[in-house]
Design a protein around this ligand. Structure first.
Ligand code: SAH
Ligand code: SF4
Length: 407
């Protein structure tokens, strides 16, 4: 190939995407302004202005930032973007649950962009966004689909916050934006009132980014989600639990799932490192724990594995003395799993014992079952569909209609 042809191809190649300011925290924004050469005396004011437009108004274009002078807006637009993670596909369940497969901006040459999932669960009086903290997971819980995928990388704080920005864009959940007219949406001032770190990944293995992201999510001048409405779910990374209380200050959920070490070793292999007693001692000592600020214990209902009456009685015995809520989660099966969800009357009998011990409404209603809403399932399902679509293309069959995609 001739040199001129190579030069031609190079010039046609899209330039690397500019850094997005959407999702960045105050310190990161300050650093970006320094890079841009904004004088030190102006920087605080500029950060405050950007903050307002990005996190209070949901601006997706610098041109909309009318309180910032034209020249400054142009300079910002030349160096940065307000891009969000790219929506690869959206699934809407018949119960109103929405699930997005999101592709992050590529991190360098050869990176096609990591993919993660985010789920929105509307209820009557609240809307919960379930966010991912890592791409994949290093842990290998045997009932979890994410556990079968390797860890690709940690998400950055901006990529965690970006999931909320995308969801608010899609739902029209910004002041003055046209809200989606969907009967399944909550009748509440905000469509997204709660955040749970229950998507892909173990948030306590990405502590600093999760901490930074929570700072931005909870900041009173922007997204303003109270830390009491943000829940971090962990499979039990005991050494990080005290710092979660003192430095992050959100609500805590523990994926317990078994009451005996032998079984928990199998379901949540991290238990071999941090067994049940050690985990519950860390919970008892959790900073800020009170009856008004309880720890949620998650317990996935697996048929004939952990769902006997004896298991239920042992569960309430183990938790005695810890201000706790118990969330019974019907197992959401995925292709190839060796587990089944407990029968409904078994779940009811189990929950009756838990209820009689003083824990209210403990069964989490399965949501979005028709769109595979459990942890890690959308991503692999889409990968499979894509592989199938490629095969069909290769054999000359049209792939349209295989899956809804914004591409
Ligand atoms: N890694 C963290 C947070 C992400 S998983 C943790 O393990 O806590 C969020 C919750 O979903 C956890 O309680 C997890 O055990 C549960 N979960 C994973 N796969 C599931 C499935 N197939 N059905 C029901 N719950 C599942
Ligand atoms: Fe990772 Fe949580 Fe799934 Fe376990 S349950 S593999 S910790 S995402």
């Amino acid at each position: 190939m001739q040199v001129s042809a190579l030069a031609q191809i190079a010039s046609e190649r899209p330039a690397a995407a500019p850094t997005s300011l959407a999702g960045q925290g105050r310190a990161a924004l300050l650093a970006r302004l320094t890079e841009l050469g904004v004088p030190a005396r102006e920087q605080r004011m500029r950060v405050a202005q950007l903050w307002h437009w990005i996190y209070h108004r949901g601006a997706t274009d610098f041109a909309a930032m009318t309180t910032i002078g034209k020249e400054m807006r142009a300079a910002l637009a030349q160096s940065f973007s307000l891009g969000r993670p790219h929506i690869v596909c959206e699934h809407i369940s018949s119960d109103g649950t929405r699930k997005w497969l999101l592709r992050m901006a590529p991190k360098g040459p050869g990176d096609k962009g990591a993919e993660i999932e985010t789920v929105y669960i509307p209820e009557v009086d609240r809307g919960t966004l379930c966010v991912s903290s890592q791409v994949g997971c290093t842990l290998t819980c045997s009932f979890c689909h994410t556990g079968t995928q390797r860890l690709v990388r940690n998400l950055e704080a901006a990529e965690i916050v970006g999931q909320l920005l995308v969801a608010r864009d899609q739902l029209g959940d910004w002041p003055g934006a046209g809200r989606l007219g969907d009967a399944a949406l909550p009748d509440a001032p905000r469509l997204i009132s709660n955040i749970v770190f229950m998507g892909m990944g173990e948030p306590l293995y990405n502590f600093e980014a999760v901490k930074d992201a929570v700072e931005t999510l909870a900041d009173g001048e922007g997204l303003s989600l109270s830390r009491r409405r943000i829940t971090l779910s962990t499979s039990g990374v005991v050494p990080m639990i005290p710092r979660t209380g003192t430095e992050i200050g959100t609500m805590l959920a523990i994926s317990l799932h078994a009451v005996r070490d032998e079984l928990r070793n199998e379901l949540v292999p991290l238990n071999k490192k941090y067994p049940i007693k050690m985990l519950l001692d860390a919970c008892r000592a959790f900073p800020g724990l009170s009856n008004a600020r309880r720890i949620t214990f998650e317990y996935v209902m697996l048929k004939n594995i952990n769902d006997s009456n004896a298991d239920a009685r042992e569960l309430v015995r183990l938790l005695r003395g810890i201000p706790a809520k118990i969330n019974l989660i019907p197992f959401n099966p995925w292709p190839g799993t060796r587990y089944e969800c407990s029968d409904w009357d078994r779940i009811e009998a189990f929950s009756e014992i838990v209820f009689n011990a003083g824990y209210a409404s403990p069964i989490r209603t399965p949501r979005g079952r028709d769109i595979l809403a459990a942890c890690g399932q959308l991503k692999s399902e889409t990968e499979k569909l894509r592989a199938r679509a490629r095969l069909m293309l290769e054999s000359g069959i049209g792939a349209e209609g295989m899956f809804a995609s914004s591409e």
